[in-house]
Each structure stands twice: as structure tokens, then as C-alpha cells.
Ligand binder design. Structure first.
Ligand code: DSN
Length: 418
């Protein structure tokens, strides 16, 4: 047990037990939610640090509070490392989350009532890209683009025609459930033709971009937003990158426009994450993430499942279970009982509601962090396929659970925290 856990135990055994139980759950299940990952002990240490005590509204060297000399060092490290990692002219590392990074991106350039054009949530987009129940859909007029019915991939010609017809003020690229490579150069050309701004939310693919395994949006976008906790494997939080010409407006909208005091402990942890992401080990990790996703997807295809768009270039893919007469909701529950955590997800042109869905989203960043490789992916795909084909059979689920437990024990996670 760590010293910090010992002191928590002394004060609040209830919460200490939640932390231990969650560490045991994370160890004992196969985490395949595409947006989740396991941070390093170094990132965890920075998050659970005395930097949480410090108010530091403003920016390094220009704060509204005294005593900021140490946290200034942390924020400068985070900013400089983010800029170097992504070859960006400017980085703002204060966004508390991906949603707030997107708020900063929008309000740096738009006024309420302006039109944005984003990928429909049910086609892989994100709530904050213009969904009616989200601030983005409440503040802005929204034109949603979709993937092609035939290929389930982006149709850039259709997207261009739509942008020229609708003339949005900003095109939003990026997704939370799209498995294929984005052509940012093409999007830039479309935006130039349509006279609109380009914002890229690279939250899902940030780790791949950092490792050079997905084209970077930085040379093309007016603003790039991201989280730090998905493929990038850092603390829960956000950041914004921009060309120098947009640095001032982005910083002003981040603070005082959108947020108050930055989370300095999280900013320090972001600095650690950016340092880790610049190393050779991280690049090898990201290559394995993609190889693992491709191995899993290929095995599902072999087993007769429909992988949306036929495969993946990234860390995730969608399984369309409609032909198996199975909803995403049932699939998620059956897999959970077998020790595999995924999320139900709509598939493009889904006929079921978002609470039921026809698909599940499958991702490999977390399993790859545990050290699992192609061999384990083949085994996991077989376990999953067997569960999905026989989800009502308790004996099948029990046998699958035994296999997933064995796999988990072979790749221990945070053993010092249980
Ligand atoms: N909800 C996250 C995801 O799971 O992709 C994105 O914010």
C-alpha cells in the first residue's frame, strides 16, 4: 500500500475502499472502452499532489495570485512540451476537459447564432460537435455531415458540396467513433473554398498524432482541441493548440472567457504525459495499439461479424450487431458479465435509439498499456465473439469470465493499489 493510501485509510475507510475496489475492478476486467486508458505512476503522482492547493488564475508570469513561481514552471513545461510534441506554434493547457477545450475553440472565433458543421453524433461524431442537447447545439446553428451509406467512411466530395451550399462559419472535424484516417489537407482545401474556419478535435487520435501514426491536423487547422486522457495516456483534461496568429484570442477565451483557476496538479500531470509521449517507448506503444485494433477487427470479420467500414486505421472500431439480431445494449451487458468492458454505440444509419443501439465500440489503448499484443487480441476476439453469439447462455458467460480473469492476471495492473 502507498503512503498516500495509508493516510486516506486513516481518515476515510469508505472512500479508501472505493479506490481499492476500483483498482481491483480495473485489474480484473478487460477495458475496451476506446476513450479510456491507464496512466503511468508518474502521471498519477503529479495528479495527487500539493499543486491542487494553488490558485493561479492567469498565465505564467501574469497571475492574479501570489506564490505562483513553482506552478509557473509546471505550466511552462506543459506548454513547451505540448508545442514540441505536436509542432504547434501555441499551446494552452488549461482546459479542464475536452468539452471545455471545444468551448474555447468555438468562442475564440464564433458568436451565438453562427453556423457550425460537424460530424453527426450517430455517425461517429461527438456531443460537443453540434448535438441539440449540448451547448454546441444550443448556441450555434448546426449542419451535420454524415458518412457515406456505402462505405461508412467520410465522403469528401459530398462534404465539400454541403459546405459550399451551407457556408458554415466553422467546419468541425474529429470524432469519437470513426475508425479511419482523416484527410486534414483535404478539409483545409474545402474550408478555404467555402470560406470557413477549420477546428479539429483530435481527442481520440492525439496519441497516434503524437507518435506520427496519424496525419497531424496542426498544419491545417485554425484551432486544434484535444483531451489528454485517451490514446495520449495522460491525466483527465484538455488542451488547445493554435497557430501563433490565434494565440492571443485562444488564451483570452480560455481565461477569463471560459474558466477560472486552472487545475495546476492536472497541468503538471499533462507536462509529465507530454514528456512520456515524446519518447520511443510511446511510439512503439501506439504502433501496438493500432496493430492490436487491426488484429481484433480482422478476427471479428473472420468470425462473420460486421466491422463498420470493414476495418480500422486507428485504435478503435465499431461492430454492427444488427445482422446478429443483437442490440448494443444487450451486447454491452453480456460482455460485462464476461469481464469485458465496452460501450454500446450507434452505428451509422442506426435504426435503434442511442439507449439501445445496434453496435458496440471496441478500443485497444488500455489493453495495450497492460502489455497485451496480437496473440491476446486473437484470444479476446474469440471470447467476445463466442459471448455475442451465445449471450443468453450462462455457462458460456461463466467460461468466458474464467478466460478473461486468466488474461487479466497474466498482465497485472496497479498491484500496489489494491
Ligand atoms: N465520451 C468520450 C468517448 O467515450 O469517446 C468522448 O468525450
Amino acid at each position: 500500500m502507498t503512503d498516500l493510501m495509508r493516510s486516506l485509510d486513516g481518515v476515510d475507510r469508505d472512500v479508501a475502499e472505493v479506490l481499492r475496489a476500483e483498482a481491483r475492478r480495473q485489474h480484473g476486467t478487460l477495458e475496451m472502452i476506446a476513450s479510456e486508458n491507464f496512466v503511468s505512476p508518474a502521471v498519477l503522482a503529479a495528479m495527487g499532489s500539493v499543486l491542487t492547493n494553488k490558485y493561479a488564475e492567469g498565465y505564467p508570469g501574469k497571475r492574479y495570485y501570489g506564490g505562483c513561481e513553482e506552478v509557473d514552471v509546471a505550466e511552462n513545461l506543459a506548454r513547451d512540451r505540448a508545442k514540441a510534441l505536436f509542432s504547434a506554434e501555441h499551446a494552452n493547457v488549461q482546459a479542464h476537459s475536452g468539452s471545455q477545450a471545444n468551448q474555447i475553440g468555438y468562442f475564440s472565433f464564433l458568436k451565438p447564432g453562427d453556423t457550425i458543421m460537424g460530424l453527426s453524433l450517430s455517425h461517429g461524431g461527438h456531443l460537443t460537435h453540434g448535438h441539440p442537447v449540448n451547448f454546441s447545439g444550443m448556441f450555434f446553428k448546426v449542419v451535420a455531415y454524415e458518412v457515406s451509406r456505402e462505405t461508412k467512411t467520410l465522403d469528401y466530395d459530398a462534404l465539400r458540396a454541403q459546405a459550399l451550399r451551407e457556408r458554415p462559419k466553422m467546419l468541425v472535424a474529429g470524432a469519437s467513433a470513426y475508425a479511419r484516417t482523416w484527410d486534414f489537407a483535404r478539409l483545409r482545401a474545402i474550408c478555404d473554398e467555402a470560406g470557413c474556419l477549420l477546428m479539429v478535435d483530435m481527442a481520440h487520435i492525439a496519441g497516434l498524432v503524437a507518435a506520427g501514426l496519424h496525419p497531424s491536423p496542426v498544419p491545417y487547422a485554425d484551432v486544434v482541441t484535444s483531451t489528454t486522457h485517451k490514446t495520449l495516456r495522460g491525466p483527465r483534461g484538455g488542451f488547445v493548440l493554435a497557430p501563433a496568429r490565434n494565440a492571443e484570442v485562444v488564451d483570452k477565451i480560455a481565461f477569463p472567457g471560459m474558466q477560472g483557476g486552472p487545475f495546476m496538479h492536472i497541468i503538471a500531470a499533462k507536462a509529465v504525459c507530454f514528456k512520456e509521449a515524446a519518447g520511443d517507448e510511446f511510439r512503439a506503444y501506439q504502433k501496438q495499439v493500432v496493430a492490436n485494433a487491426q488484429t481484433l477487427a480482422a478476427r471479428f470479420v473472420e468470425r462473420g461479424f460486421e466491422v463498420v467500414s470493414g476495418g480500422t486505421d486507428t485504435h478503435l472500431f465499431l461492430l454492427d450487431l444488427a445482422s446478429k439480431d443483437l442490440s448494443g445494449k444487450k451486447a454491452e451487458a453480456a460482455l460485462e458479465a464476461a469481464g469485458i468492458t465496452v460501450n454500446k454505440n450507434t452505428v451509422p444509419f442506426d435504426t435503434r435509439s442511442p439507449f439501445v443501439t445496434s453496435g458496440i465500440r471496441v478500443g485497444t489503448p488500455a489493453l495495450t498499456t497492460r502489455g497485451m499484443k496480437e496473440r491476446e487480441m486473437g484470444r479476446i476476439a474469440d471470447v467476445m465473439a463466442t459471448v455475442l453469439e451465445d449471450y443468453a447462455n450462462e455457462a458460456t458467460i461463466r467460461a468466458a469470465r474464467a478466460q478473461t480473469r486468466e488474461l487479466c492476471d497474466a498482465f497485472p495492473l496497479y498491484p500496489e493499489l489494491w
